[in-house]
Ligand binder design. Structure first.
Ligand code: ADP
Ligand code: ASP
Ligand code: MG
Length: 419
């Protein structure tokens, strides 16, 4: 039998009615002749609640117990989905990560999938089971402990199953009917894309578009999984939603295809840091050791050259997620106390966000940055940090301008229309 993977996110399984609605979609695919692997998220809000309980109980928590707690939301949904299918006379059973087993690294709360042996589920399909309902987001470490894959990780569970079981397609059912030119919650002008290239989706996801977890797009790209994003609240047809696919399969060719944002960013500047060989390593080494995910880095040009002026100083600025600021500050102050780095002042700005424009067309078009900066200028939005790569340009701006900037860029690149 051909295999299909169907993933239902939190809002799609938020209550028993919605689980029933999702189960109807699964039954329809079974009736079309598929063996189905259903990946479920926790009911919406559940994982946040569990994370809150962990933080309240133990602010410096043991990550293994964090995973034991936050993985549990998915177990409830898997059991309920299986029961719902059984009530519809569809032969189904639930699988927790350890029962598959979905094997991961031991990096608790951000584990990576190592392998998914097929034999247990294949055996049950052979015995007449039509649907394997798998709890998303969770796995088993080499030490035999429960792990989780990072927030939004059920998308990655789904794509990994699609790759391991050679599924015909991996359908991600969510609360929007596809991938849009930007988050449809920010502007009603956002337009649904029929197709988007893996590379663009990867950039959008890693720059903040949480419609797919970044790692899921990476896996889909590597294993050539046919990945579709669609709504669990609409009737699905073969052309519903957005297909994430190879660049060659895309007709539409806009220079910029999407705008992403990341709301909770912070900017940290070391003022008058010594400008000498090894200073960047002395700053970013301790930050890495402290587990800070440094994103953008800007080092000002010194007025004086180090070779003639060993006393020269400069400013070094970097950005990181807002919730890592305390850790970052501590790492830098500890390095200063240990005389590894010297600077006059540490300036922390926790009121910034990152806005990015993404498009594979940028590879062959000049002027995208200029157009982006002009659009921000027209709204009187000041740019604090800029970074670019082959297919994206990102800027750090004041958080209060986030919606305005997304809307202005969406207009400036005419994303509302597809011509
Ligand atoms: P699920 O619970 O189904 O995994 P998520 O909340 O993780 O759903 O992801 C879906 C949400 O992603 C949407 O509700 C939307 O607000 C947001 N989103 C951000 N950027 C985009 C985009 N470019 N296209 C579609 N949705 C986006
Ligand atoms: N329930 C997990 C989360 O909220 C995983 C997921 O929904 O993908 O992050
Ligand atoms: Mg999600």
């Amino acid at each position: 039998m051909p295999i299909l993977v169907m993933k239902f996110g939190g809002t799609s399984v938020a209550d028993l009615d919605r689980i029933r609605n999702a189960a109807e979609k699964v039954r329809a695919e079974v009736e079309r002749g598929y063996d189905v692997i259903v990946i479920v998220s926790a009911m919406s809000g559940k994982t946040n609640e569990l994370v809150g309980w962990v933080n309240e109980t133990s602010p410096m928590f043991d990550a293994r117990e964090y995973d034991a707690v936050v993985s549990s939301g998915e177990n409830i949904t898997a059991g309920l989905m299986s029961l719902t299918l059984q009530e519809m006379d569809v032969p189904a059973r639930s699988w927790q990560g350890w029962q598959v087993p979905l094997l991961t690294t031991s990096a608790h709360s951000a584990a990576r999938i190592e392998s998914i042996p097929r034999h247990n589920i294949d055996q049950k399909f052979g015995e007449g089971m039509k649907v394997a309902v798998v709890a998303g987001f969770q796995g088993l470490s080499p030490e035999g402990r429960i792990t989780t894959l990072g927030r939004g990780g059920s998308d990655t569970t789904a794509v990994a199953f699609a790759a391991a079981f050679d599924a015909e397609r991996c359908d991600i059912y969510t609360d929007v009917n596809g991938v849009y030119t930007t988050d449809p919650r920010i502007t009603s002008k956002a337009r649904k894309l029929d197709r988007i290239a893996f590379e663009e989706m990867l950039e959008l996801a890693s720059l903040g578009a949480k419609v797919l977890q970044t790692r899921s797009v990476e896996l889909a790209m590597r294993y050539k999984v046919r990945l579709r994003v669609l709504s669990s609240f609409e009737e699905s047809t073969p052309n519903s939603g957005t297909l994430v696919c190879d660049e060659e399969e895309i007709m539409e060719s806009k220079v910029v295809s999407g705008v992403a944002y990341s709301r909770e960013e912070a900017k940290i500047t070391l003022v008058s840091v010594e400008d000498r060989p090894g200073i960047a390593a002395a700053i970013f080494g301790p930050l890495a050791d402290a587990g800070v995910n440094v994103d953008m880095i800007v080092q000002n040009i010194s007025e004086k050259d180090y070779d003639d002026h060993p006393e020269a100083v400069t400013d070094m600025t970097f950005s990181c997620p807002n919730d890592q600021v305390a850790r970052a500050e501590k790492a830098i102050l500890d390095a200063k106390a240990a005389d590894q780095i010297g600077f006059s002042e540490l300036v922390v700005d926790t009121d910034v966000c990152k806005i990015s424009v993404v498009g594979i067309g940028m590879r062959s078009h000049a002027g995208v940055a200029a157009r982006m900066f002009a659009a921000l200028k027209a709204e009187n939005i000041n740019i604090k940090v800029i970074s670019t790569s082959e297919i994206k340009i990102s800027v750090l701006i004041d958080r209060k301008y986030m919606e305005l900037a997304v809307q202005a860029l969406h207009d400036a690149f005419e994303l509302e229309t597809n011509s």
